[in-house]
Design a binder for this molecule. Structure first.
Ligand SMILES: Nc1nc2c(c(=O)[nH]1)N[C@H]1C(S)=C(S)[C@@H](COP(=O)(O)O)O[C@H]1N2
Ligand SMILES: [Mo]
Length: 358
């Protein structure tokens, strides 16, 4: 038996039926997009399982995409079999491999600067690009799932094998990283790498880039479901509350800093919160905003200082939210409004993406 024959035999033994492979790829890609986006909201270790599933599903995808490419390879190499949809299929292949490759490389400690983006952001970009490409691909290649493909006992075993394989690979990766001490960094469960010291990146979302704020002309307003709304100048803030907190940006870095400012709970007590209040919304001069449940908001800080210094403009001067356990994008900078509300604020998801655009 030649090597090629043995490979073919091995692959045919562990390969699920083609249609099952295709549908599993679809299901796993959908899961990866959803879990990847959802992971942006996870900031505490009790949500670490989501990152774990994302990684295991990604490694399982590597095997499935491998089967698929092996099956369709002649359709790509044989030009006579090309048709109008081949371009999309090839692009989809490239983007899929890029999404998987960048994810795996990041986990192994690699990084790169592509224009303004690091490798994790590139991973997110490719991941999101999969959505329209997969839909286009399905338009020409859609074949309904058949029951028979899913009822085979062999298929269940093959899948169990693939998932266990993914999980084992993931553990192996963690161990390899520890042994090789890749890049000498300790990633958080979110994938973020540490930034040590007192200076850390200024990160703003898309177009949120206000002019420096004149503190003398600025004031903080606190209103909504409160007994007595407040309007406070900078000098009227009592800024002696301190909080060590970890800022973890979804673009893949984190930093632990000592923040100083006003405890939100103290502000709320000064204004007197209504009984039906449920959320506190923090609003930036740019319109960027985020809400926290009242109880959580009480323990958050509106910071005027970080480390030994007053905030720089880039970090949100004169006042920015410090929300322990939340991801960086929820730490609103350049805060000028605090609104106590009865409801959450679903529109904040859209607003944070587009605020700053005229
Ligand atoms: N108003 C406003 N606040 C913002 C942002 C923004 O674009 N606009 N970016 C957020 C993001 S994505 C992060 S990670 C943190 C970064 O804070 P830093 O720039 O002080 O490091 O601020 C958050 N607060
Ligand atoms: Mo961020």
């Amino acid at each position: 038996m030649t090597v090629g024959e043995s490979v073919r035999r091995f692959v045919s033994r562990i390969e699920p039926r083609p249609r099952l492979v295709d549908w599993s790829i679809f299901v796993l890609v959908s899961f990866e997009v959803a879990s990847g986006l959802l992971s942006f909201t996870v900031g505490t270790p009790d949500g670490a399982w989501l990152f774990w599933l994302h990684a295991v599903a990604g490694l399982t995808l590597v095997a499935l995409v491998g089967f698929k490419l092996y099956r369709v390879r002649h359709r790509v190499t044989n030009r006579h079999l090309w048709n109008r949809a081949t371009g999309v299929s090839i692009l989809l292949t490239v983007v899929t491999l890029s999404a998987l490759g960048t994810g795996i490389a990041w986990v192994f400690g690699a990084d790169a600067d592509v224009w303004l983006w690091n490798l994790l952001s590139v991973h997110v970009f490719f991941g999101l690009l999969l959505v329209p490409l997969t839909l286009l691909h399905l338009r020409t290649h859609f074949r309904p799932p058949r029951r028979a493909d899913f009822e085979e006992r062999r298929a269940a075993l093959q899948y169990a094998g693939l998932l266990v394989g993914g999980a084992v690979l993931f553990r192996a990766q963690e161990t390899t990283n520890r042994v090789l001490d890749t890049a000498g960094v300790e990633r958080r469960f979110t994938g973020s790498k540490p930034v040590e010291g007192s200076s850390f990146p200024v990160t703003s979302w898309v177009a949120d880039d206000p002019d420096p704020i004149d503190t003398a002309a600025w004031s903080l307003s606190l209103g909504g479901r409160v007994n007595s709304p407040l309007e406070l100048d900078y000098d009227e803030l009592t800024t002696d509350a301190e909080l060590e907190a970890l800022l973890d940006c979804t673009s893949g870095w984190y930093t632990v800093q000592n923040w100083r400012g006003v405890r939100v709970g103290d502000l709320l007590d000064a204004a007197g919160v209504d009984d039906d209040a449920r959320y506190v919304r923090f609003v930036s001069v740019t319109g960027y905003r985020w809400s926290l449940p009242v109880e959580e908001a009480r323990d958050a800080l509106l910071a005027t200082h970080v480390g030994d210094n007053s905030l720089s403009h880039g970090h949100g001067a004169p006042l920015r939210l410090v929300a322990p356990g939340r991801r960086g994008f929820q730490w609103v900078k350049w805060v000028e409004g605090v609104e106590v509300r009865r409801r959450g604020d679903p529109a904040q998801w859209l607003v944070t993406l587009i605020s700053g655009f005229d």
